[in-house]
Design a protein around this ligand. Structure first.
Ligand SMILES: Nc1ncnc2c1ncn2[C@@H]1O[C@H](COP(=O)(O)OP(=O)(O)OP(=O)(O)O)[C@@H](O)[C@H]1O
Ligand SMILES: [Mg+2]
Length: 306
């Protein structure tokens, strides 16, 4: 779904790369946490997936396509299939919750009938069916983030990127937002979330990719926020901090070196996988068209009755 092939990004000549020799793949349907100190390259990875910035070296693939080969006129189509949520919500301040979601559909020319059906559906999904008429400043932070998620998801993207979506929220509101992202993931969207939120990562126990200075230092299925030192049972090389061990019982089998994953997920010839990705996208488009056609028919029936 998303693949970084030996990607290095240097914003300014002479500067340490924001991302260096990155080799990693996020597959369809995964929920991935990107963790790491401020400046470790998390947002840079997301920006490259959106083609907001390009790699200095290497290749970024989304849905099997090399982004550097996507012409600029096709970039909107790429972004339509990628929802994005930010820490500061980024809603349009003079538009209501309803209009903010509607806007995401209008800009891609969605028929009005479909908009009238989808927006209330989205408001309901995020639990704001009674707050569609509110302006962003009349909503709490958590509610604003729900609107932002509804707007990011309304086009049913295959990928949702969330850059510290709970950064401005209190713990219980953050949990609600996380559950919503979990639900979106369960509906089939690949979710990549950059976060400093320990409890979010520890609660979900999904794949955790940890960055240090632009490089992946940990890639772990079912991980926690804090890294657990790998243990070699054979060498008897157990860590000396037994208190830490009791708190986080180590499971050596659960831990994988980043290189190991890279080997497993990078077949030499992935053209078959690319074709599959394209088919899945075509399938999604066909489904949307069918939905719209069915809806138009419903409307015609209604007109006939009148
Ligand atoms: N537009 C830019 N121009 C120059 N340098 C940049 C730019 N954007 C980011 N950087 C640098 O790239 C590095 C990685 O930044 P990035 O924003 O990806 O980090 P991050 O992991 O998202 O950090 P945070 O957790 O604070 O959001 C940092 O050293 C940063 O200063
Ligand atoms: Mg960031």
């Amino acid at each position: 779904m998303i693949r970084f092939d030996n990607v290095t990004k240097t914003y300014m000549r002479g500067q340490h790369p924001a991302v260096e020799n990155l080799d990693i793949e996020f597959t369809r349907g995964e929920f991935v946490f990107l963790v790491g100190a401020s400046g470790s390259g998390k947002s840079t990875m997301m920006r490259m997936v959106l083609k907001e910035t390009g790699p200095t070296r290497g290749t970024v693939y989304v849905a099997g396509k090399d982004l550097s080969r996507i012409p600029s006129w096709k970039v909107p189509a790429l972004r339509r299939d990628i929802g994005m949520v930010f820490q500061d919500f980024r809603l349009l301040p003079s538009k209501t919750a309803y209009q903010n979601i509607e806007f995401a559909l209008a800009v891609i020319g969605t028929p009005r009938k479909v908009v009238r059906r989808l927006v209330p559906e989205m408001l309901e999904m995020v639990g704001l069916e009674d707050k569609g008429k509110r302006l962003p400043h009349e909503l709490s932070g958590g509610e604003q983030q729900r609107v932002a998620i509804a707007r990011a998801y309304v086009n049913r993207p295959s990928i949702l990127l969330a850059d510290e979506p709970t950064g401005n929220l209190d713990p219980s509101t953050a949990e609600g937002i996380l559950d919503l992202l979990g639900e979106i993931n369960e509906r089939g969207t690949t979710v990549v979330m950059a976060t400093h939120d320990h409890s979010a990562v520890d609660r979900m126990r999904r794949r955790v990719v940890e960055m240090v200075g632009g490089q992946v230092v940990r890639d772990q299925e079912g991980g926690r926020y804090e890294s657990e030192t790998p243990v070699s049972v054979i060498s008897g090389n157990l860590p000396d901090d037994s208190a830490h061990r009791e708190e986080h019982p180590l499971d050596a089998a659960e831990y994988r070196e980043p290189a190991e994953r890279t080997e497993r997920t990078e077949p030499e010839d992935d053209s078959a996988a690319d074709v599959l990705e394209e088919e899945l996208i075509d399938e999604r488009d066909a489904r949307l068209e069918r939905d719209e056609a069915a809806f138009d028919e419903e409307d015609e029936d209604e007109e006939d009755r009148r």
